[in-house]
Design a protein around this ligand. Structure first.
Ligand code: SF4
Ligand code: SF4
Length: 186
């Protein structure tokens, strides 16, 4: 017959030795401390979608001239058609990550984009890593604060170049406050 042993949980003693009792007591004290702290900390929950967190800034960007990323939320991308050259570097960057970017034909004519191709992004595959933004040398692709991408169909998660060009409306109104007690909201 095989006997299965349940592994010991950190801070909880499974023996009756002196050391085990000390661990057990310190685990108990930590649990009480943690529980008491949460009695005075304001709970961080929002009544979404009635309440939405106010995200500041424009979303994640990358400055190719300086070679630095500009911190921001990594939500739905925005594509600037007047800057996109169709170089495909964003799609190549995504190949080893999620294969979420496909280059597609657009009806528009831009002198910087001879082949008239631009990225479309499948948000059913995208992992929001931002590498495509880092790869774009022409300030054409950034991310935004838009995280409301849920859809009933997979097809609706594929954003064409025209859809990516639309600046998302973001109506978050609840301010995030961070202090030494943690994060709370108003
Ligand atoms: S952010 Fe999305 S689309 Fe861009 S490289 Fe990462 S997975 Fe691909
Ligand atoms: S978005 Fe940037 S990297 Fe992608 S095709 Fe356009 S210019 Fe090239």
């Amino acid at each position: 017959m095989t006997i299965h042993r349940t592994p010991a949980i950190e801070g909880v003693s499974t023996t009756k030795t002196g050391a085990g009792s000390t661990n057990s007591a310190s685990g108990f004290i930590k649990a009480i401390e943690s529980g008491s702290k949460h009695l005075i900390i304001k709970r961080f929950t929002l009544r979404y979608p009635e309440q939405k967190l106010k995200l500041t800034g424009d979303g994640y960007q990358f400055d190719p001239k300086r070679g630095v990323g500009i911190a921001g939320y990594r939500g739905r991308h925005i594509l600037f058609h007047d800057k996109c050259t169709g170089c495909q570097l964003c799609a190549i960057a995504c190949e080893g990550i999620a294969e979420a970017i496909g280059m597609v034909k657009v009806d528009e004519e831009w002198k910087q984009n001879k082949k008239s191709i631009m990225p479309q992004i499948d948000f059913g595959k995208c992992v929001f890593c931002g590498l495509c933004v880092d790869a774009c040398p022409f300030y054409a692709l950034y991310m935004t604060n838009d995280y409301e991408l849920s859809s009933f169909t997979k097809e609706h998660l594929i954003y064409t170049p025209s859809q990516l060009a639309i600046k998302p409306k973001y109506d978050g109104d609840v301010e995030l406050k961070i202090d030494k007690m943690g994060a709370t909201h108003g």
